[in-house]
Write a protein that binds this ligand. Structure first.
Ligand code: HEC
Length: 267
């Protein structure tokens, strides 16, 4: 281990920017290196990245979480690369281990402040990028409406039935209509918000939410008929309410995992 560090340091001197690499190019090279050697297990497009670290091409995020800028020996990232923690990349990595000059490059990058690459159009796209529009941002505001309203409609209808009411509960009718309308707005803003995520990650959330939108809209449409006629309209209205509530809950859960990470429920 000591020898490895020594050789590293020697290489570092040889690599010093006075002789070649302009400092601005180092972050870009480091990102290309991580994209090649780490993305197999930590790429932004993976649904289940290893070790819950899924942004190998996003140097800004890596720096924030794993690097003490200016000091490689105090940086967790460095400990992984030299095998003081588990060796990264592991032996079974498809694109092989890092060479000593790769290590020197990373060490240089950390010493130079662990900067993110200057934006360039040809760069690999990180998982979350760019600043979302106001429409996309408002998604977090609107999501709460269909979730609460579908459940309110279901609860109202259940209480109404329990008390032996005739027809369909008017409060429930109001709630499901408002739920369907707000679900349309939520889906629209969500579609826009999804653009800043890699498609693999949002697909489950997206289609569960679309299914929730469809069932709550159907429930809202069947409701006036169910109010007038018992039999199948009323039964299908109640069934649709239950299915819409289940879907809205699953879609909301998936959305929560996207934002808060899969480790949110870990104790
Ligand atoms: C073949 C798959 C594979 C490759 C390639 C790989 N890793 Fe890993 N990495 C893992 C696994 C598996 C873990 C989880 C280890 C554990 O939790 O015990 C991990 C964990 C990590 C962690 C810790 C995450 C955390 O917060 O717990 C870091 C940091 C890391 N790797 C960095 C890298 C870097 C940098 C590269 C590229 C130079 C790389 N890895 C390449 C499989 C890989």
């Amino acid at each position: 281990m000591f020898m490895k560090r020594l050789i590293c340091l020697l290489l570092l001197v040889a690599l010093s920017p006075a002789q070649g690499d302009p400092a601005a190019g180092v972050p870009t090279q480091v990102r290309a290196l991580f994209a090649q050697k780490c993305s197999q297990c930590h790429g932004g497009d993976l649904v289940r990245p290893k070790g819950r670290f899924g942004y190998a091409e996003d140097l800004a995020r890596i720096a924030k979480r794993y690097v003490k800028a200016g000091d490689a020996d105090e940086s967790e990232l460095w400990w992984y690369l030299i095998g003081e923690q588990e060796q990264m990349p592991p032996k079974n990595a498809k694109n092989g281990p890092l060479s000593l000059s790769d290590l020197a490059l990373v060490r240089w990058w950390i010493r130079d402040g662990a900067k993110a690459p200057l934006a360039d159009a040809s760069s690999a796209t990180p998982a979350v990028e760019g600043s979302p529009s106001l429409v996309a941002k408002s998604h977090v505001l609107f999501v709460h409406f269909p979730i609460a309203l579908v459940f309110a409609a279901l609860l109202a209808e259940a209480l109404f039935m329990w008390r032996g009411g005739l027809g369909v509960c008017n409060t429930g009718r109001f709630c499901i209509t408002f739920a369907a309308l707000s679900a349309c707005v939520t889906a629209f803003t969500g579609w826009s918000a999804a653009e800043s995520w890699s498609p693999g990650r949002v697909e489950t959330h997206r289609w569960l939410a679309v299914a929730a939108l469809c069932t709550s809209t159907l429930a809202a449409l069947v409701c006036p008929l169910a109010a007038r006629r018992g039999g199948w309209p009323r039964r299908s209205y109640r069934l649709l309410l239950v299915v819409a509530a289940a879907l809205v809950m699953l879609a909301g859960h998936q959305g929560g995992l996207l934002v808060h990470g899969r480790g949110y429920f870990d104790l």
